[in-house]
Write a protein that binds this ligand. Structure first.
Ligand code: 8YV
Length: 329
Protein backbone atom coordinates (compact mmCIF):
# COMPACT_ATOMS: atom_id res chain seq x y z
CA UNK A 1 0.00 0.00 0.00
CA UNK A 2 1.16 3.53 -0.75
CA UNK A 3 1.63 5.78 2.25
CA UNK A 4 -0.04 9.15 2.74
CA UNK A 5 -0.04 11.87 5.36
CA UNK A 6 -3.23 13.72 6.28
CA UNK A 7 -1.67 16.78 7.83
CA UNK A 8 -4.56 17.97 10.01
CA UNK A 9 -7.76 16.90 11.72
CA UNK A 10 -10.54 16.19 9.20
CA UNK A 11 -13.88 14.31 9.07
CA UNK A 12 -13.18 10.74 10.30
CA UNK A 13 -15.25 9.18 7.49
CA UNK A 14 -12.88 10.80 4.96
CA UNK A 15 -10.00 9.08 6.75
CA UNK A 16 -11.92 5.79 6.47
CA UNK A 17 -12.34 6.39 2.74
CA UNK A 18 -8.60 7.03 2.33
CA UNK A 19 -7.79 3.89 4.36
CA UNK A 20 -9.47 1.77 1.67
CA UNK A 21 -6.53 2.64 -0.60
CA UNK A 22 -3.63 3.82 1.54
CA UNK A 23 -1.60 3.34 4.67
CA UNK A 24 -2.74 6.58 6.36
CA UNK A 25 -0.65 8.60 8.82
CA UNK A 26 -3.21 11.02 10.29
CA UNK A 27 -2.09 14.01 12.30
CA UNK A 28 -5.30 14.35 14.28
CA UNK A 29 -3.71 16.88 16.62
CA UNK A 30 -1.86 20.17 16.76
CA UNK A 31 -0.61 21.85 13.58
CA UNK A 32 2.71 20.31 12.53
CA UNK A 33 5.84 22.47 12.69
CA UNK A 34 7.86 22.72 9.46
CA UNK A 35 10.36 20.18 10.82
CA UNK A 36 7.67 17.77 11.98
CA UNK A 37 5.97 18.04 8.59
CA UNK A 38 9.24 17.17 6.83
CA UNK A 39 9.81 14.22 9.14
CA UNK A 40 6.28 12.85 8.64
CA UNK A 41 6.56 13.25 4.84
CA UNK A 42 9.92 11.47 4.56
CA UNK A 43 8.37 8.10 3.59
CA UNK A 44 5.08 9.29 2.04
CA UNK A 45 3.78 8.98 -1.54
CA UNK A 46 1.04 11.59 -1.09
CA UNK A 47 -0.30 14.18 1.33
CA UNK A 48 -3.54 15.96 2.09
CA UNK A 49 -2.88 19.50 3.32
CA UNK A 50 -4.92 22.47 4.53
CA UNK A 51 -2.64 25.41 3.96
CA UNK A 52 0.67 23.89 5.15
CA UNK A 53 3.55 25.56 3.27
CA UNK A 54 5.05 23.09 0.78
CA UNK A 55 8.25 24.43 -0.78
CA UNK A 56 11.46 23.06 -2.33
CA UNK A 57 12.91 22.17 1.09
CA UNK A 58 9.82 20.19 2.09
CA UNK A 59 9.79 18.38 -1.25
CA UNK A 60 13.50 17.60 -0.94
CA UNK A 61 12.82 16.02 2.45
CA UNK A 62 10.11 13.82 0.89
CA UNK A 63 11.78 11.99 -2.01
CA UNK A 64 8.83 9.63 -2.64
CA UNK A 65 6.13 12.32 -2.55
CA UNK A 66 4.28 12.59 -5.87
CA UNK A 67 0.98 14.32 -5.00
CA UNK A 68 -0.09 17.01 -2.55
CA UNK A 69 -3.84 17.58 -2.37
CA UNK A 70 -4.83 20.90 -0.80
CA UNK A 71 -8.24 21.10 0.83
CA UNK A 72 -8.76 24.67 -0.38
CA UNK A 73 -9.30 26.45 -3.65
CA UNK A 74 -6.37 28.78 -2.90
CA UNK A 75 -2.96 27.18 -3.12
CA UNK A 76 -0.57 30.00 -2.33
CA UNK A 77 0.92 27.64 0.28
CA UNK A 78 2.31 25.60 -2.64
CA UNK A 79 5.53 26.78 -4.28
CA UNK A 80 4.44 25.74 -7.77
CA UNK A 81 7.83 26.24 -9.49
CA UNK A 82 9.28 23.83 -6.87
CA UNK A 83 6.42 21.37 -7.54
CA UNK A 84 7.14 21.55 -11.27
CA UNK A 85 10.89 21.15 -10.80
CA UNK A 86 10.32 18.03 -8.67
CA UNK A 87 7.50 16.66 -10.85
CA UNK A 88 5.11 16.70 -7.90
CA UNK A 89 1.43 17.19 -8.68
CA UNK A 90 -0.60 19.72 -6.71
CA UNK A 91 -4.41 19.61 -6.59
CA UNK A 92 -7.02 21.95 -5.07
CA UNK A 93 -10.78 22.03 -4.40
CA UNK A 94 -12.42 24.66 -6.62
CA UNK A 95 -16.14 25.19 -7.31
CA UNK A 96 -17.64 23.19 -4.41
CA UNK A 97 -17.17 26.21 -2.13
CA UNK A 98 -18.29 29.00 -4.48
CA UNK A 99 -21.81 29.57 -3.18
CA UNK A 100 -21.01 29.10 0.51
CA UNK A 101 -18.09 31.51 0.27
CA UNK A 102 -20.19 34.03 -1.64
CA UNK A 103 -22.88 33.81 1.06
CA UNK A 104 -20.27 34.55 3.69
CA UNK A 105 -18.83 37.48 1.75
CA UNK A 106 -22.29 38.98 1.78
CA UNK A 107 -22.73 38.26 5.47
CA UNK A 108 -19.49 40.07 6.28
CA UNK A 109 -20.28 43.00 3.98
CA UNK A 110 -23.75 43.41 5.48
CA UNK A 111 -22.50 43.01 9.03
CA UNK A 112 -19.87 45.69 8.43
CA UNK A 113 -22.24 48.08 6.66
CA UNK A 114 -24.95 47.71 9.32
CA UNK A 115 -22.48 47.61 12.24
CA UNK A 116 -23.80 44.33 13.56
CA UNK A 117 -20.88 43.11 15.65
CA UNK A 118 -20.06 46.59 16.90
CA UNK A 119 -23.63 47.03 18.14
CA UNK A 120 -23.70 43.52 19.60
CA UNK A 121 -20.57 44.26 21.63
CA UNK A 122 -22.29 47.41 22.91
CA UNK A 123 -25.34 45.40 23.94
CA UNK A 124 -23.34 42.60 25.56
CA UNK A 125 -21.31 45.16 27.50
CA UNK A 126 -24.54 46.34 29.14
CA UNK A 127 -24.26 49.78 27.55
CA UNK A 128 -27.76 49.79 26.03
CA UNK A 129 -29.70 51.95 28.44
CA UNK A 130 -32.03 53.76 26.01
CA UNK A 131 -33.03 53.63 22.36
CA UNK A 132 -31.96 56.55 20.25
CA UNK A 133 -32.68 57.55 16.65
CA UNK A 134 -29.01 57.78 15.73
CA UNK A 135 -27.78 54.59 17.36
CA UNK A 136 -25.39 52.74 15.04
CA UNK A 137 -26.43 54.41 11.81
CA UNK A 138 -24.89 52.46 8.98
CA UNK A 139 -24.79 52.32 5.21
CA UNK A 140 -27.46 50.80 2.99
CA UNK A 141 -26.69 47.78 0.88
CA UNK A 142 -29.79 47.85 -1.34
CA UNK A 143 -29.57 50.27 -4.21
CA UNK A 144 -25.85 50.90 -3.65
CA UNK A 145 -22.84 50.12 -5.83
CA UNK A 146 -20.99 46.85 -5.28
CA UNK A 147 -17.35 46.74 -6.37
CA UNK A 148 -15.92 43.25 -6.80
CA UNK A 149 -12.15 42.95 -7.17
CA UNK A 150 -11.39 39.48 -8.52
CA UNK A 151 -14.19 38.32 -10.82
CA UNK A 152 -13.50 34.57 -10.73
CA UNK A 153 -16.04 31.93 -9.80
CA UNK A 154 -16.62 33.24 -6.26
CA UNK A 155 -16.61 36.88 -7.38
CA UNK A 156 -19.28 36.05 -9.93
CA UNK A 157 -21.39 34.28 -7.30
CA UNK A 158 -21.16 37.41 -5.14
CA UNK A 159 -22.11 39.67 -8.05
CA UNK A 160 -25.07 37.43 -8.94
CA UNK A 161 -26.56 37.96 -5.49
CA UNK A 162 -26.50 41.75 -5.97
CA UNK A 163 -29.47 41.60 -8.29
CA UNK A 164 -31.82 40.80 -5.41
CA UNK A 165 -30.63 43.94 -3.64
CA UNK A 166 -31.08 46.13 -6.71
CA UNK A 167 -27.38 47.03 -6.70
CA UNK A 168 -25.20 48.32 -9.47
CA UNK A 169 -22.20 46.03 -9.98
CA UNK A 170 -18.75 47.15 -11.07
CA UNK A 171 -15.70 44.92 -11.08
CA UNK A 172 -11.98 44.85 -11.59
CA UNK A 173 -10.07 41.78 -12.67
CA UNK A 174 -6.72 40.88 -14.25
CA UNK A 175 -8.65 40.60 -17.50
CA UNK A 176 -12.25 41.31 -18.43
CA UNK A 177 -14.64 38.40 -18.12
CA UNK A 178 -16.56 37.17 -21.18
CA UNK A 179 -19.21 39.61 -22.49
CA UNK A 180 -22.00 37.12 -21.81
CA UNK A 181 -20.94 36.89 -18.15
CA UNK A 182 -20.80 40.68 -17.90
CA UNK A 183 -24.28 40.80 -19.40
CA UNK A 184 -25.65 38.09 -17.10
CA UNK A 185 -24.24 39.81 -14.01
CA UNK A 186 -25.02 43.28 -15.31
CA UNK A 187 -21.45 44.10 -14.29
CA UNK A 188 -19.29 46.89 -15.71
CA UNK A 189 -15.51 46.74 -15.84
CA UNK A 190 -13.48 49.46 -14.12
CA UNK A 191 -9.82 50.14 -13.43
CA UNK A 192 -8.96 49.41 -9.80
CA UNK A 193 -8.71 53.13 -9.05
CA UNK A 194 -12.06 53.96 -10.68
CA UNK A 195 -13.74 51.09 -8.80
CA UNK A 196 -12.37 52.23 -5.45
CA UNK A 197 -13.63 55.78 -6.03
CA UNK A 198 -17.08 54.67 -7.17
CA UNK A 199 -18.04 51.63 -5.08
CA UNK A 200 -20.04 51.84 -1.86
CA UNK A 201 -19.03 48.31 -0.88
CA UNK A 202 -15.77 46.77 -2.08
CA UNK A 203 -15.34 42.99 -1.84
CA UNK A 204 -11.96 41.32 -2.45
CA UNK A 205 -11.99 37.83 -3.94
CA UNK A 206 -8.71 37.62 -5.83
CA UNK A 207 -6.09 34.88 -5.44
CA UNK A 208 -2.90 35.56 -3.52
CA UNK A 209 0.04 35.77 -5.90
CA UNK A 210 3.02 38.08 -5.33
CA UNK A 211 1.63 40.59 -7.86
CA UNK A 212 -1.51 40.92 -5.70
CA UNK A 213 0.42 41.64 -2.49
CA UNK A 214 -1.13 44.71 -0.84
CA UNK A 215 -3.63 45.27 -3.65
CA UNK A 216 -5.24 47.48 -1.03
CA UNK A 217 -2.84 49.73 0.90
CA UNK A 218 -2.87 53.30 2.18
CA UNK A 219 -3.01 54.83 -1.32
CA UNK A 220 -5.97 52.68 -2.36
CA UNK A 221 -7.86 53.25 0.91
CA UNK A 222 -7.43 57.00 0.35
CA UNK A 223 -9.39 56.68 -2.90
CA UNK A 224 -12.43 55.09 -1.21
CA UNK A 225 -15.50 56.99 -0.03
CA UNK A 226 -15.66 57.80 3.70
CA UNK A 227 -19.00 55.95 3.75
CA UNK A 228 -17.63 52.84 2.01
CA UNK A 229 -16.94 49.35 3.37
CA UNK A 230 -14.18 46.91 2.47
CA UNK A 231 -14.59 43.13 2.77
CA UNK A 232 -11.66 40.71 2.43
CA UNK A 233 -12.49 37.02 1.94
CA UNK A 234 -9.50 36.47 -0.37
CA UNK A 235 -6.20 35.95 1.46
CA UNK A 236 -4.12 37.66 4.08
CA UNK A 237 -1.57 39.88 2.35
CA UNK A 238 -3.99 41.16 -0.29
CA UNK A 239 -4.69 44.01 2.17
CA UNK A 240 -2.08 45.95 4.11
CA UNK A 241 -3.72 45.28 7.47
CA UNK A 242 -1.79 48.03 9.30
CA UNK A 243 -2.88 50.62 6.73
CA UNK A 244 -6.47 49.36 6.94
CA UNK A 245 -6.52 49.59 10.73
CA UNK A 246 -5.36 53.19 10.45
CA UNK A 247 -7.99 54.00 7.79
CA UNK A 248 -10.67 52.52 10.05
CA UNK A 249 -9.39 54.39 13.12
CA UNK A 250 -9.43 57.73 11.30
CA UNK A 251 -12.76 56.90 9.58
CA UNK A 252 -11.19 57.33 6.18
CA UNK A 253 -13.54 54.46 5.32
CA UNK A 254 -16.64 53.54 7.30
CA UNK A 255 -16.11 49.88 8.10
CA UNK A 256 -14.52 46.60 7.07
CA UNK A 257 -15.26 42.89 7.22
CA UNK A 258 -12.24 40.58 7.36
CA UNK A 259 -12.08 36.80 7.27
CA UNK A 260 -8.39 36.56 6.33
CA UNK A 261 -5.31 38.25 7.77
CA UNK A 262 -1.63 38.81 7.12
CA UNK A 263 0.21 36.23 9.24
CA UNK A 264 -2.99 34.50 10.44
CA UNK A 265 -3.89 33.06 12.87
CA UNK A 266 -2.20 36.17 14.28
CA UNK A 267 -4.24 39.33 13.74
CA UNK A 268 -2.63 42.76 13.52
CA UNK A 269 -3.11 44.20 17.03
CA UNK A 270 -4.31 47.55 15.67
CA UNK A 271 -7.29 45.80 14.03
CA UNK A 272 -8.34 44.52 17.44
CA UNK A 273 -8.51 48.06 18.80
CA UNK A 274 -10.94 49.51 16.24
CA UNK A 275 -14.71 49.07 16.58
CA UNK A 276 -15.72 49.44 12.96
CA UNK A 277 -14.44 46.11 11.74
CA UNK A 278 -16.06 42.67 11.74
CA UNK A 279 -13.44 39.96 12.30
CA UNK A 280 -13.90 36.24 11.63
CA UNK A 281 -11.30 33.42 11.77
CA UNK A 282 -11.07 32.31 8.10
CA UNK A 283 -14.44 30.55 8.01
CA UNK A 284 -15.93 31.71 4.69
CA UNK A 285 -16.19 28.15 3.37
CA UNK A 286 -17.19 26.68 6.72
CA UNK A 287 -20.64 25.22 6.25
CA UNK A 288 -21.01 21.56 7.15
CA UNK A 289 -22.00 20.57 3.62
CA UNK A 290 -19.28 22.54 1.89
CA UNK A 291 -16.45 21.50 4.18
CA UNK A 292 -17.53 17.87 3.64
CA UNK A 293 -17.58 18.44 -0.12
CA UNK A 294 -14.10 20.01 0.03
CA UNK A 295 -12.73 17.16 2.15
CA UNK A 296 -14.17 14.52 -0.17
CA UNK A 297 -12.90 16.32 -3.26
CA UNK A 298 -9.43 16.57 -1.70
CA UNK A 299 -9.58 12.83 -0.97
CA UNK A 300 -10.79 12.08 -4.48
CA UNK A 301 -7.93 14.09 -5.98
CA UNK A 302 -5.39 12.20 -3.87
CA UNK A 303 -6.87 8.76 -4.57
CA UNK A 304 -7.08 9.34 -8.33
CA UNK A 305 -3.70 11.06 -8.63
CA UNK A 306 -1.99 8.15 -6.84
CA UNK A 307 -3.58 5.77 -9.37
CA UNK A 308 -6.32 4.31 -7.18
CA UNK A 309 -10.12 4.21 -7.26
CA UNK A 310 -12.58 4.55 -10.12
CA UNK A 311 -10.87 7.66 -11.57
CA UNK A 312 -7.33 6.28 -11.30
CA UNK A 313 -4.89 8.58 -13.09
CA UNK A 314 -7.50 11.29 -13.65
CA UNK A 315 -7.72 13.56 -10.62
CA UNK A 316 -10.50 16.12 -11.07
CA UNK A 317 -8.48 19.20 -10.12
CA UNK A 318 -4.81 19.03 -11.12
CA UNK A 319 -3.06 22.41 -10.77
CA UNK A 320 0.02 21.44 -12.82
CA UNK A 321 -1.16 18.52 -14.98
CA UNK A 322 2.00 18.68 -17.12
CA UNK A 323 3.95 16.76 -14.45
CA UNK A 324 1.55 13.81 -14.46
CA UNK A 325 3.23 10.63 -15.58
CA UNK A 326 6.75 12.08 -15.16
CA UNK A 327 9.22 10.46 -12.78
CA UNK A 328 9.79 12.24 -9.47
CA UNK A 329 12.97 14.33 -9.57
C1 8YV B 1 -10.02 26.75 3.27
C2 8YV B 1 -9.85 28.76 1.72
O1 8YV B 1 -10.92 26.17 4.13
O2 8YV B 1 -10.40 27.35 -0.07
C3 8YV B 1 -9.68 28.26 0.34
O3 8YV B 1 -8.81 28.79 -0.37
O4 8YV B 1 -9.37 29.78 2.06
C4 8YV B 1 -10.68 27.97 2.68
O5 8YV B 1 -11.85 27.58 2.03
C5 8YV B 1 -8.79 27.04 4.07
O6 8YV B 1 -7.84 27.61 3.23
C6 8YV B 1 -8.21 25.77 4.71
O7 8YV B 1 -7.60 24.95 3.79
Amino acid sequence: MQKILVARPIFPDVIDRLKQYFDVDWNNGETLSADALKARLADKDGALTMGEPIDAAVLAAAPRLRVVSNMAVGYNNFDMPAFNAANVLGTNTPDVLNETTADFGWALMMAAARRMTESEHFLRAGKWSKWSFDMFLGADIHGSTLGVIGMGRIGQAIARRARGFNMRVIYHNRSRVAPEIEAELNAEYRSKEALLKEADHVVLVLPYVPANHHTIGAAELALMKPTATLTNIARGGIVDDAALAEALRTRQIAAAGLDVFEGEPSVHPALLTVDNVVLTPHIASASEGTRRAMANLAAENLIAALGEGPRAGQPPNPINPDVMGKARS
